[in-house]
Write a protein that binds this ligand. Structure first.
Ligand code: SAM
Length: 192
């Protein structure tokens, strides 16, 4: 398994670099039209890299971070509510979040279907999902997937089209915003 607790200082120091300007720009645009004081949940938040980015772009958001590794959550800003928990059982109320962030974390979830069920449950109708991950059909993505398998991680990597199809099965409308060895999917929970 990857020792996230021991690596937490490195994720805190260098974690933002993995996102790059294009990805950050997509996140910035996606949060622009969220309502004042919108509630965001960062799932597999780690050291809260994505949450901190959203705070840089807007100062009115209410953030909650979920991660099973307490030492990663230690670095989240004090105004972010943290819960030590996995994505498969999110300790948050149903239909209470405007947006969910999942950054390079979905492939670590033990049970992706259970996690997507939970994300769907906590989102309000019309709520958004920002999903960032690595494409195992590209060389770099394949190398990351291989490394994680060797480390004993779940390594649930999906090509963007594949995870978009899965998300549609959970009632999301999806748009693949950028797709190379890493991709961003913006998904919207279809209104009932
Ligand atoms: C590569 S880090 C990414 C952290 C952060 N989202 C970022 O962008 O820097 C992956 C994170 O997934 C977390 N994780 C592992 N298993 C998980 C699970 N079942 N549910 C939620 N998060 C999990 C790890 O503890 C780790 O913090």
């Amino acid at each position: 398994m990857i020792p996230f607790g021991a690596l937490a200082p490195l994720f805190h120091r260098f974690g933002e670099r993995i996102y790059g300007e294009e990805i950050k720009g997509l996140l910035r645009v996606l949060i622009e039209d969220l309502p004042e004081g919108a509630h965001l949940a960062d799932i597999g938040a780690g050291t809260c890299v994505l949450s901190h980015l959203t705070q840089r772009y807007r100062d009115d958001l209410t953030l909650t971070a979920i991660d099973p590794c307490e030492k990663m959550l230690y670095y989240c800003h004090d105004d972010i509510t943290t819960h030590i928990a996995g994505a498969e059982a999110i300790p948050l109320e149903a239909t209470s979040y405007d947006m969910v962030l999942v950054g390079e974390a979905l492939h670590h979830f033990r049970d992706v279907d259970a996690a997507l069920d939970e994300i769907d449950r906590i989102l309000k109708p019309g709520g958004k999902l920002f999903l960032y991950d690595f494409d195992p059909t590209h060389f770099k993505g394949k190398m990351i997937a291989l490394f994680e398998k060797l480390m004993g991680e779940p390594a649930h990597f999906f090509a963007p089209e594949e995870i978009a199809k899965k998300l549609e099965g959970f009632g999301f409308a999806c748009e693949i915003k950028t797709a190379s060895w890493r991709y961003v999917i913006e998904a919207k929970k279809v209104e009932a």
